[in-house]
Design a binder for this molecule. Structure first.
Ligand code: SAH
Length: 262
């Protein structure tokens, strides 16, 4: 029997590296004036007491992402200056710079850093990121990367408790270009459309057409499609001729669920 490729841990399980190709560098367009800004905020925050706040610890994670094919230096700079340990519970903060998914409460998990970075890198290819929509704020870590790459981020989360915590963390980091909404993200945020990028952190069984309709022409959506066991991470681009789909890798995310949780 053929061995199944191991899955990259989206926001459910961390199963180690899956089959994946190198991530090419895209034609810029990211929010370059923010690169490095967080470093100053983090230094000022005095996040003391734990060695993982050190730049060296964060650089080890960056080296690992580079080894796995993340090549965009601006994105790697952003990962290196973003304190992932504030996005997980204190009891797990010593594991925050491992390339692994971790629980964040409410039966959800923060995505594996490789998956977060790969999703960002995929969105960055193919044009500037001015407006980005994120479905599934979760811990807010992915949101923090997006807020440093795009001009404006709109993020939706169905679990209020997670959304509140994420909002506090992102405020602490001084990231002010984020708008939050407590809602079922399956129908997106049409009032703010169109988006240059849509990033979906929970997996539906099929592509929600409402979300495709909210893409700008040449906009990209990155989304895990499949059942609860395993999904394929798809990069969907809206071109003037219609949608183009590229399958990036096999992943495992939590399912996209309907309705809101208070
Ligand atoms: N990128 C996040 C991943 C969080 S896990 C991080 O790194 O922390 C996925 C999140 O999607 C969970 O918080 C879950 O509550 C949320 N989610 C699932 N279905 C949703 C829906 N229909 N609308 C909004 N959020 C949803």
């Amino acid at each position: 029997m053929a061995r199944r490729p191991r899955l990259a841990g989206g926001c459910l399980a961390d199963r180690g590296p899956a089959e994946r190709g190198p991530t090419e560098r895209g034609p810029g367009g990211h929010n370059s004036n923010r690169v490095g800004r967080l470093e100053q905020v983090v230094n000022k925050l005095d996040l003391t007491g734990i060695g993982m706040t050190s730049q060296r610890t964060r650089m080890r994670l960056v080296d690992r992402l580079r080894e796995q094919g993340i090549a965009d230096e601006d994105l790697l700079d952003i990962v290196s200056s973003t304190p992932r340990h504030i996005f997980v519970d204190e009891a797990l903060s010593h594991r925050a710079y491992e390339d692994t998914a971790l629980p964040i409460g409410f039966n959800q998990t923060i995505s594996q850093p490789y998956v977060s970075a790969h999703m960002c890198a995929a969105l960055m290819q193919g044009g500037p990121l001015v407006k980005v929509l994120e479905i599934g704020t979760g811990s807010g870590y992915q949101t923090s990367l997006l807020a440093q790459l795009a001009e404006q981020v709109f993020t939706l989360e169905r679990i209020r408790g997670l959304q509140q915590k994420a909002r506090e963390r992102l405020n602490l980091l001084g990231l002010r270009n984020i708008q939050f909404r407590h809602s079922d993200g399956g129908t997106g945020w049409p009032q703010q459309a169109p988006y240059d990028g849509i990033i979906v952190s929970a997996s539906p069984r099929k592509v929600p057409m409402e979300l495709v309709d909210q893409l700008a022409t040449h906009g990209r959506m990155i989304i895990p499609i499949g059942d609860e066991e395993e999904q394929e991470l798809q990069l969907i681009t809206l071109t003037p001729e219609g949608t183009k789909v590229r399958v990036l890798e096999r992943v495992r995310f939590v399912p996209m669920l309907g309705g809101k949780v208070q």
